[in-house]
Design a protein around this ligand. Sequence first.
Ligand code: IMP
Length: 440
Amino acid sequence: MPATVICGLQWGDEGKGKATDLLASGVSAVVRYQGGDNAGHTVVVGDEVFKLHLVPSGVLHPHITPIIGPGVVVNPRTLLTEIEMLAGRGIATDKLRVSSAAHVLMPYHVALDAAREGAAASTGGGIGTTRRGIGPAYGDRAWRTGIRMGDLLEPDLLRDRLAAALTEKNVLLATYGADAFALDDLLREALEWGSQLAWAITDTTALVQHALAAGEHVLFEGAQGTLLDLDHGTYPYVTSSNPIAGGACTGGGIGPLQVDQVLGILKAYSTRVGSGPLPTELHDAVGEHLTEVGREYGTTTGRRRRSGWLDFVPLRYAVQVNSVSTIMLNKLDILSGLAEIKVCTGYRIDGRLVDEWPLNVAQLERAEPVYESFPGWTEDISACRSVDELPAAARRYVAAIEERAGAPINVISVGPERTQTLSVDAGRVTSARRGTGAVA
Ligand code: IMP
């Protein structure tokens, strides 16, 4: 019963959408297990670019059942807009399934996120969230005041739960000077969501378990990345869910022993959007090169991403906490043209040399990176189709990453298109890509 988890090894935006797309031919279902419409997965198919926030990117393949698992917070307005957008572009969404246990991200969650971030930003603080209401929605889940997708189909229960929620939310919103929500209006809209999505709302855990029991290959698609994980990231500058591979268990409905392989997605350099430490951040022409050549602008918010050199310290940590089996290295082509490429091998913190990822954000903010330098290459590598075609300097850089990361690199991407992909060997990822569903 092969189950593959795809997760980001950095601060998100590593190119997980492309990884899902490459593996898609051999899988029967793709499951989103955490996050919400804060995510933005870009998939390029020929001339067409698809930007998806909630629907798993597997939807682009007619044989795949796209599943939104219990660990996701679902904004029904976004979901319905996305379904309509896909239908308008000729993509069938009738196989989509949404867990009845997934929490509904309500308009008051969005309003609270915006109000709180706005207030914090005016004093120079804040997390720099996507303002999609993610934190408040997961907060309600933990407070047990949330409303779940299945509740949208139960009018009496929905009215009671919404009334209870609004009693608190409207008071809180008022403290920020934000408008209150009217129960009747919101109830009417929520019931409408229920009637429009009833066909998709179901027990997705049972679906996933049946698929695995039948020997089908199921892909669990993480959003964001390890360093934005609520428990393992740079808290408090994190998202409110668990993007790490373990999140696929809690948020996807499987047990740890059902995970067959974990594919870690790594970008050839670092980026981060929003506030929080990025020890290798560059404020020079190289940082400008990475952001501009790499088109590092958020899919969801359009915000400019901060960029810097690849950092081995959190990479080793990410490989460990995700128990990564293989790595897909993305955007190697963006480094072409840089005379020198640096990688961070450790930090100097308060005069001490540190090579383990500090969990304390204050220490991370004081961390001075220690770099090792590699020669760059001038050749455009976006047309390379095998590792042998890469310049020797690029191969050396890849080898150095593999040696330090603690997991093999099996796939290298040199451009956004499906064809711009190099298989490093005939290993596990390659066999899944060929559509056999086999995972060695
Ligand atoms: P939230 O998830 O909107 O609450 O934002 C929390 C932090 O996670 C902020 O720094 C966001 O910029 C970041 N974040 C959320 N979603 C993504 C994503 O899909 N890619 C990269 N960063 C993200």
